[in-house]
Design a protein around this ligand. Structure first.
Ligand SMILES: O=P(O)(O)OC[C@H]1O[C@H](O)[C@H](O)[C@@H](O)[C@@H]1O
Length: 350
């Protein structure tokens, strides 16, 4: 199918459910949802908000690969060695881990949703709460016959990716069991945030919580002290996390605020230097580049951090990430709810 035909088809589809498609906002600025070809001819959707923020979504993986603020600054990390070539998952952005997170099951690591082609959902069921967001795309993943052989369940995974007027990025997942029998799954938004220098970053909202340490056979520990900082490899699953988590990047004077719903766990991962080098789709040059710019005691550490959320909620998982200036930090800090307990289970749907 030619690009033109494909775009035309999608435009037609958007006409049905995108109130914001192709219209002029009150200010006279245009918001848009555009379909085009991305790297290696893969189909992508570009969302643009009136004030200048934007996001890019590849149908391959249903994956957000770019999120820019209204100054055009990229907020997500994508490796320069990311292949954008099926069947390999795209290294960076926001991969969707489904129906299995990590290696907790019989499937390949993080399940198959991140390396399947999703389609544009032309007829999504209505959302329980109406949103004022006009710039969004709805994607749909259904299992193929081949998928049925490795995971014998029938489902519809609907993902809405929306860009708010203030530049917030919002992902909402709705998973429906179209089978007659119950199935279990685990799910995560595996978000790669772009940060200036990992040694300048701290995460607030996870202190004093319990976590399972993947570097110590998933043994359970309790986080001590203040906010999380990074000095070496980290691969931890925090349990029963608060609905708000913040990532503070001192060098960039930027704070990411994550608000979530139906996503109890939060995972923090940074491969650090040794593991980063072992990943074929994580660039050596990029790593050198980071080396060049690294300062202080953590010289040599990769400038990338990952924080993602896994869900035990059967049918909805919302993640909103926003960017705030440092001024907003105190506000965020004082509004954290720190909860204890353990609530990590597989979600199941009947
Ligand atoms: O290389 P991938 O399959 O994308 O996995 C990347 C990482 O994902 C998660 O963060 C896991 O906790 C890590 O153990 C894993 O290394």
């Amino acid at each position: 199918m030619s690009i033109f035909t494909w775009c035309e088809t999608v435009e037609e589809a958007f006409g049905v459910f995108f109130t914001g498609y192709g219209i002029w906002a009150m200010s006279g600025d245009r918001v848009s949802v555009e379909c085009c070809k991305g790297i290696n001819g893969l189909e992508k959707v570009v969302l643009r908000e009136a004030r200048g923020s934007s996001a890019e979504v590849y149908l391959y993986g249903g994956q957000v690969t770019s999120w820019k603020n209204d100054h055009g600054e990229e907020l997500l990390f994508v490796s320069s060695k990311a292949t954008f070539k099926p069947p390999k998952a795209i290294r960076g952005g926001i991969p969707i881990c489904f129906p299995q997170f990590s290696s907790h099951g019989v499937l390949e690591q993080h399940g198959f949703a991140r390396n399947r082609s999703w389609s544009i959902d032309t007829n999504p069921p209505p959302f329980p709460t109406s949103s004022s967001n006009k710039t969004f795309v709805d994607l749909l993943l259904k299992p193929s016959e081949e998928d049925g052989k490795i995971w014998p369940h029938s489902f519809e995974f609907r993902l809405r990716i929306a860009l708010g007027p203030g530049g917030d990025l919002m992902l909402t997942s709705r998973i429906r069991n179209t089978d007659s029998k119950q199935f279990n799954f685990t799910f995560a938004y595996h978000t790669y945030f772009s940060v200036s220098d990992i040694s300048e970053v701290r995460v607030e909202g996870l202190e004093t919580l319990d976590y399972l340490d993947n570097l110590h056979n998933r043994e359970r520990f309790t986080e001590q002290g203040d906010a999380l900082t990074f000095e070496s490899e980290v691969d931890k699953v925090y349990v029963s996390t608060p609905t708000k988590i913040a990532i503070l990047d001192h060098e960039k004077k930027r704070t990411f605020v994550l608000r979530k719903d139906g996503l109890p766990d939060a995972v923090v991962w940074n491969p650090w230097d040794k593991k980063a080098k072992a990943m074929p789709d994580f660039g050596d040059d990029e790593y050198k580049h980071m080396l060049c710019r690294a300062t202080g005691p953590s010289k040599g550490s990769p400038r990338m951090t990952v924080l993602f959320l896994s869900s035990a909620s059967p049918n909805i998982g919302t993640l909103v990430v926003s960017q705030a200036q440092f001024l907003a930090v105190d506000f965020v800090r004082h509004h954290f709810l720190v909860t204890g307990g353990f609530n990590r289970s597989r979600a199941s749907i009947k």
